[in-house]
Design a binder for this molecule. Structure first.
Ligand code: GP9
Ligand code: MN
Length: 692
């Protein structure tokens, strides 16, 4: 036995077992993989084996003692990949894909929150590496200098491949079309493991870059037929009512609809937004069954969907990976058809989410990034400028641009991990003991107050009356890593069905001269916003490739597709392969109608993906007046000269662009959450809870 342990093969065997066990326990404790039966659990247990055999097996081809070094290096690489996924998952409830890794240098949407997602107990992730290094030092003396016979490593790699084939075979029995469906990364990790998932992801990405090369003009016809067929004729009364009006579009960061009318400690959390929803004079129409449809691209996905009526990508953010594509975006259409000026306002560095690149393709004239704002101490927190100074300082900018304008204001303070300076808080945190959830209400209140102030300013400036004002939530703020606390908040256990219900985000719109309808219960998603606006402005959406339908139209299609293929209709929903009564949440036996809907959703998502993967809009001419956007006409300079030119005074900008997202989040925050509180995106207390 001792001989075996101190041999090369023994070292290899121990390394294999260690990485296997580490992976398995990580799956159990860190990821919520929704294990439903013994077969799935068995596959979870065995799936690290094939990767360990194959990858570590490669090291056995090396000569002499190098075998040990290579095994350790490969083990470290596998561990790094695993741990990166763990940290990423803690906030995103998702796995890292290559596009996420390559985008923004901010590790996807983690940015400033990353430190809060790692904890000292994570030290266990290097335990096996320490063991291996010690063992190597101890046993290498007795290793031969020779290369072992070629057969041994070859057999081991073949064994790994056989284990993988069995694994895949069993997985396909339990979950047909596992690799074909591709929508949900959770499935792939559950059945094939985190390492095989990464390989799969790499292949997918290679495929997608070849797709563009292979696409041709005939590919767009199928998409055009589908979208023209789905198109809903405008509501006659509203068509063109807002022609030439300014449009003010307000992005509520991480804002979920459950906050509306929610009371904490007997107080409304968002009294101002509530007043817009409940106002008797009804300026606004509020959609209470409106859902976000974002994926890994988070904010960027929301922006993308709203301005293009295309779905975001199943992996990564189209803002980053498809920034070179041709688009026929809402701002571009408004500019061409009605001479609008397009502007985006955001108190963060311009390169975040690759905005400064893709905005050019969308025909955004002005991008007021952080260089246009006073980013000095006390004004910023977490990712960037606080919402109150943001709106305040946006007013003169808004007044400086030509009208009619399409102005998009992106808020930021209500962003994970929901940090606040003491003097900005006006409501006590919740008391679930889950820091993110508890603070979530405080930043929501702050956002609400900032909006109230902005509305007052808009009224004072005269812009309020005659503008279309649209408010939307971008995506969830509380991931399903917080189900325990959310159960306390909502008073209900957070099942997958309930979690889908929580993906509601607010959508409200005021159209000048049109009486708002108060709260309406139509089911809708972010994809529907663009055709709605086009029709309000008197532009036929039918000319364009759009997957949504006008919210005000009689024929509005009220099914909501989530990016993973799940969906909700007013009658039934499909969530993680189970069907439910949307009203009662009761599980249903699938009917033909439900299955047809599932296929429609799949088809729609696939077509939208084709548009992006093949860059198909480069082949599409919406109408004879259409002129493709020329990105070279757009340039986003530094704020200081613009401010000077327009006589706008600001404190000097002491922040460098790139620093914003890397600022230690506790800086200047007198109520910085404690380390412990910040750990709340960490695995839940018990492994059982994780695999629910
Ligand atoms: C960053 C901000 C946040 O500029 O828009 O993006 P998110 O992390 O929500 O995707
Ligand atoms: Mn966001």
């Amino acid at each position: 036995m001792k001989n075996f342990i101190s041999s090369k093969m023994g070292f290899f065997a121990i390394a294999t077992i260690l990485i296997w066990l580490k992976s398995y326990f990580t799956y159990l404790t860190e990821f919520n993989l929704d294990i439903q039966n013994t077969m799935q659990h068995f596959l979870l247990l065995i799936n690290p084996v094939s990767s360990a055999l194959i990858f570590l097996g490669i090291a056995l081809f090396a000569r002499g003692k190098r075998v040990g070094i290579y095994i350790i290096v490969i083990d470290v690489l596998m561990s790094l990949l695993l741990y990166a996924n763990v940290v990423f998952y803690r906030f995103n409830s998702d796995f890292i894909t290559l596009p996420v890794l390559t985008q923004t240098g901010n590790f996807g949407s983690l940015g400033g929150s990353i430190a809060s997602l790692a904890t000292w107990t994570d030290i266990v992730y290097i335990f096996d590496i320490v063991v291996l290094i010690t063992l190597y030092m101890w046993s290498k003396g007795s290793w031969s200098m020779e290369r072992m016979s070629f057969k041994k490593p070859a057999l081991i790699i073949i064994a790994g491949a056989v284990v993988f084939s069995i694994n895949l075979g069993l997985a396909e029995v339990d979950r047909p079309q596992l690799l074909k469906r591709t929508f949900d990364r959770n499935y792939i990790v559950k059945y094939l493991g985190a390492y095989n998932f990464t390989i799969y992801d790499a292949i997918q990405n290679l495929k997608s870059s070849t797709q563009r090369v292979l696409a041709d003009s005939s590919d767009v016809t199928e998409v055009e037929n589908y979208t023209k067929n789905k198109y809903a004729e405008p509501n006659e009364e509203l068509f063109g009512v807002a022609e030439g009006k300014n449009i003010i579009k307000i992005h509520l960061e991480s804002f979920q609809s459950f906050l509306i009318d929610y009371e904490l400690h007997g107080e409304e959390v968002t009294p101002f937004l509530n007043s817009l929803v409940n106002d008797q004079s009804k300026d606004f129409t509020y959609y209470e069954n409106f859902f976000h449809q974002t994926e890994q691209g988070k904010t960027a996905d929301a922006e993308f969907i709203l301005d293009n009526s295309l779905y975001g990508l199943p992996q990564g953010a189209a803002f980053v990976t498809k920034a070179g594509n041709t688009y026929q975006s809402l701002p571009a259409i408004l500019k061409q058809q009605q001479d609008y000026t397009n502007a985006v306002f955001h108190g963060d560095g311009k390169s975040f989410w690759n905005r400064d690149e893709i905005y050019k393709n969308f025909a955004i004239d002005h991008f007021f990034d952080d260089t246009y704002y006073d980013m000095s101490e006390g004004q910023v927190i977490n990712y960037g400028l606080k919402d109150k100074p943001f709106f305040d300082e946006s007013m003169p900018l808004l007044e400086s641009i030509d009208q009619p304008f399409y102005a998009h204001l992106l808020t930021l303070t209500h962003h994970h991990p929901y940090l606040m300076d003491e003097e900005d808080t006006t409501i006590e945190p919740a008391e679930t003991g889950d820091g993110s959830v508890d603070r979530y209400f405080q930043t929501a209140r702050y956002l609400d107050e900032s909006l109230e102030q902005f509305f007052a300013d808009l009224k004072e400036s005269g812009l309020y009356e005659d503008s279309v004002i649209m408010i939307y939530g971008d995506h969830y703020g509380i991931s399903d890593n917080h189900n325990r606390a959310m159960a306390e908040i909502t008073g209900e256990e957070i099942t997958p069905f309930k979690n889908a219900q929580l993906q509601r985000v607010p959508f409200m719109i005021k159209v000048p001269g049109v009486q708002g309808k108060g709260t309406v219960d139509e089911y809708a998603g972010q994809i529907d916003v663009m055709p709605t606006l086009l029709h309000l402005l008197g532009i036929k959406a039918q000319d364009y490739i759009q997957f949504g339908t006008d919210l005000f139209s009689e024929g509005h299609k009220d099914f909501v597709a989530f990016r993973n293929g799940d969906f909700i209709t007013p009658e039934f929903s499909m969530i993680r392969d189970a069907y439910y009564d949307t009203d009662t949440g009761e599980e249903l036996e699938p009917t033909e109608e439900m299955q047809e809907m599932e296929e429609t959703i799949q088809h729609e998502l696939e077509l939208s993906d084709k548009v992006l993967q093949g860059d198909l809009l480069r082949f599409y001419t919406p109408n004879e007046d259409w002129e493709p956007v020329d990105r070279s006409e757009y340039f986003y300079g530094d704020g200081s000269s613009y401010l000077r030119e327009h006589g706008i005074t600001r404190e000097p900008n002491i922040w460098e662009d790139d620093n914003i997202n890397e600022q230690p989040m506790e800086d200047d925050s007198s109520i910085s959450p404690s380390e412990e509180e910040l750990d709340d995106d960490n695995p839940k207390e018990s492994p059982e809870e994780n695999i629910n």
